[in-house]
Every structure is written in C-alpha cells, then in structure tokens.
Design a protein around this ligand. Structure first.
Ligand code: HEM
Length: 450
C-alpha cells in the first residue's frame, strides 16, 4: 500500500487560481493546485500500488486552498510535462543518467517505473509501502527523508539525451534533428564530470529535501538500468516563469528573468518552447528541448568590479533591473539611446544587447535556471554560479546563436563566467489526463518507442 507523507487535513475543494481538474490547454501546468490534500489524492492514488492503475482523475479529486507554497501540488498529467511553464520553484535537484543496459525493453520498463513514481511523488506520497512499511527483512520502498513533508510544489521533468538514440535501442531514425551534439563554445572550460547524459530528470520543489528525495528515489528505481552520470543542486531560482512571480536575483546580485518568456505568453510559448509534429518528429509534439549549462561565476573578480562596470556589462541597473536606456524594470531596452559621450547607454557588448531577441532574429527562450554553490576550489575561490536551464523549441535557432554571441562579445561572459558543464535533452510531451500507469501502462516518452 502507498503511504501519504503527512496527515495534512483535507482542505476545501476550490483552489484559488488553481488549474483545471483535467488540464488540457497548452499552459495547463502553469498553475498549481494549491494545497492538494494528500489524503484526497491517496483516496485514489493510495489505492493503487506497484503495477496497478493510477489515473489523472485520482489527482484531480483533492483540490484545496493554498496555505503556503510548500503545500502546492501540480498535476503530473497534461499535454506538456510539468516543470517547464510551471511557476518556477525555489529549489532544484537535477540529474543526468547513463543508461547501463542494452535492452530496449528495460529502458521502457524504467520509464514506466519512473512515470508511476513521479506521479506519486508529486502528490506528496511515499513510494510503495513507504519508508516504515513493507517487509521487515527488506529495504523499505521509500528512503523516508520526505516523510511528513508536503508535496512542496514538486515537479519532475524527464528528458532524453543523444545517447538514447545510439545503436543500442533502435531509435536512431527517431532522433530529432534539434537534438544536436552541442558544440564547444568559445570560452567553454567543460569538465567531463558535468557533461552529457542519456537521460535526465529535473526535480524542482519549494523544499530542497523534497527535490533531493525525488532524485534519490528515482535513481534508486533505475538501479541496473541507469546510473547517475552527474547531478546539480540549485537554490534560489534565477527566473520567473509566470507574471505573478517577483523577479529573483542571481549570484551576481542582478535581477534575472525580467525579459523571460512566461506561461501567460501563450502565443510566444507556442512559437518558441513547444515542439510541433511539423518540426520533424511527431513523437516530440508538445515537448521541448532543455539546455543545461553549469556556469561558474568568478565571484572574486566580479565582486571587485565597480557598480558602473557591472551595470554596463549587464545592460541594466543593479537596483531595479531597469534597462540603462531608462524606464523601470519591464520597460523595453532601447538600444538607440545614447549618452553625452555619444555612446549607446546600453553597450553593444553588454549581456542584454547580445542576448536580446532583436539581435538574434527574434529568438526567445524560456529560462529556468538556479543559483548554485558547490564549496570552494583549491585556491579558495567559491565554486558557485548559475545553473542555466532553458527550454527551447529548436536549440539551433535559439540557444546556439545567442551563446555564440555571448561567447565572442559579451563582456560579462568573457570576463567573469566559465562554463563547466553542458548538456542538451529532448523533453517529450506529457501524459494525457486519464492515462493509466503501471507495469503495462503509459509512460513519459511512450510515442518514441511505438
Ligand atoms: C552566469 C550566467 C548568466 C547570468 C549571470 C545572466 C544574467 C542575466 C541578467 C542579469 C539578465 C537581465 C535580466 C533579464 O532579462 O532576465 C539576463 C538576460 C538574458 N540572458 Fe542571461 N545570464 C547568464 C547566462 C545566459 C546564457 C548562457 C544565456 C543564453 C545563451 C542567456 C540568455 C539571456 C537572455 C535571452 C536574456 C534576456 C535578454 C532580453 O531579452 O533582454 N543568459 N541574463
């Protein structure tokens, strides 16, 4: 039997700003079902264990009023996977995996186990018999560190790396042309331990323990079929993915995410984030491509740079985040405005000037990155920075040109940033509401294998 992690009281059934019970729109995972009662969810979900059926209807049963971010729960089901246009949570645990089996059937079995487990974890439920149930002589089904914690807005997003399409699984003809081997960009100082991966899982939550619990238990379920190649913890989101969210600050101290694509920009999100069958691989329709870049910020150098220089390098003010051409945070940058010296107020070599759509054929992306700090290096410098995550419809037209521009001209990128990790994943669409999970059931990415 499946355990819920807390005894949270079932709350009222009407969510304030909650998502529809059976989401189907293109932005269906943009809104939480705040305060989803794990008891209510378990009313259905808890009744099914292991190979048994778990349907979207079960999760829709218990919508409730939000009392805090931590109690939010998102639907696993929808036309897109959660964790993309979902309001960005504050914590991340990301893991890239190597597939360690040559068996296509075992990969499918793994994706079934992962899908079923992810649906449970996102409700705040424990896996299987939980951490304190089950056979006394066997390891518990769940590691237990999230027992007693609410769903915490957990989203779990699965991605497929280029290695899934190699000779092992007969999928080469289904590799999307958008899933390129990312080039080495000028200035990249990649460390092999943070590069690539056959599969990935992005777990985001408002409680780090919940995100870590998800990755730990999903990697445990992969034992024998896939192993973690590298992983990254993130704290403090560096983007906003909905208009209701405040713009957070990155490790450089600047507001980050001001000009991001947001869930409400449905036309732009359709244009720049969601893959379409006409893009070449029908199994990716409703999916997206995830660029992951571990970018170290040389804080010791940045922190000795004048405020004027910092603002010129970014192209925005540090306080309000307004463009240097004037206005307030959300005023569009005007690259034609010049100062008394006749120079553009927003330098052409600034980050904003080079990354702006007007410099990149209109290309936009949905950034969803996190701050990270992983201790210090041998010279006593912080190993910290920005774990850049961005969802795009075609990395060749969106990420690559912008990164090339930044690598060659962006003062900020050249002087203060060192990219140490890099990977690209095809993120398949979500599972429709009503999908039945289990050992013979539906799984994320199933259209790829049919
Ligand atoms: C440590 C690395 C980075 C830092 C600290 C950083 C910081 C910032 C800041 C402060 C802004 C202005 C606020 C905003 O509009 O969000 C910004 C904007 C932006 N950045 Fe970055 N960024 C980094 C890396 C990247 C990378 C690798 C890319 C893509 C290749 C990128 C693409 C963008 C884009 C597209 C914008 C919006 C430009 C606009 O439309 O005005 N950034 N970034």
């Amino acid at each position: 039997m499946t355990q819920d992690r807390t005894d949270a009281p079932a709350a009222s059934t009407e969510a304030s700003g909650g998502a529809p019970a059976s989401p189907a729109s293109s932005q269906d995972d943009a809104q939480a079902r705040p305060g989803l009662s794990r008891r209510a969810a378990l009313g259905t979900a808890g009744a099914v264990a292991g190979a048994a059926a778990l349907t979207a209807g079960g999760f829709a049963a218990g919508r409730a009023t939000a009392s805090s971010l931590q109690t939010s729960a998102y639907d696993f089901f929808g036309s897109h996977q959660s964790g993309i246009v979902t309001p960005q949570q504050d914590r991340l645990h990301f893991a890239a995996f190597d597939i360690t089996t040559d068996s296509r059937a075992r990969v499918i079995s793994l994706l079934r186990r992962w899908s079923e487990a992810a649906a449970r974890l996102m409700t705040g439920s424990e896996l299987g018999s939980g951490a304190a149930g089950g056979a006394y002589a066997a390891p518990p089904d769940d590691t237990g560190e999230a027992l007693g914690l609410p769903a915490s807005g957990l989203t779990i997003t699965f991605g497929f790396g280029p290695g899934l399409f190699d000779e092992r699984f007969g999928l080469a003809s289904k590799r999307p042309e958008q899933l390129i081997d990312l080039p080495k960009f000028s200035g990249d100082t990649l460390d092999d331990q943070f590069v690539g991966g056959d599969l990935c899982i992005q777990a985001c939550a408002d409680d780090p323990q919940v995100a870590v619990h998800a990755i730990r238990n999903l990697s445990r379920l992969a034992f024998g079929d896939a192993a973690i190649r590298w992983a990254q913890l993130g704290f403090g989101r560096t983007s906003s993915t909905t208009r209701a969210q405040d713009t957070p600050r990155n490790f450089m101290g600047f507001k980050d995410g001001t000009a991001n694509l947001r869930a409400e920009d449905t036309d732009l999100v359709d244009r720049w984030v969601w893959a379409d069958a006409a893009d070449g691989q029908p199994w990716m329709a409703g999916g997206s491509y995830l660029v992951a870049r571990r970018i170290r910020i040389l804080a010791e150098i940045w922190d000795r740079t004048s405020l004027q220089q910092q603002e010129q390098d970014v192209g925005r003010t540090k306080g309000s985040g307004a463009p240097l051409s004037g206005g307030s945070e959300f005023t569009e940058p005007d690259f034609t405005v010049t100062g008394r010296d006749g120079e553009p107020l927003i330098r052409p070599t600034s980050h904003v000037a080079l990354a702006h759509p007007s410099a990149n054929g209109g290309a936009m992306m949905l950034r969803r990155g996190y701050n990270f700090t992983d201790g210090a290096d041998a010279l006593g410098r912080l190993d910290a920075g920005l774990f850049f995550l961005a969802y795009v419809r075609d990395p060749r037209e969106q990420f690559v040109p912008v990164q090339n521009a930044l690598s060659s001209s962006d003062v900020m990128t050249i002087e203060y940033l060192r990219t140490t990790g890099s990977a690209l994943f095809a993120v398949p669409p979500g599972l429709p509401a009503g999908s039945v999970l289990g050992s013979e059931g539906a799984y994320v990415g199933q259209e790829l294998f049919t």
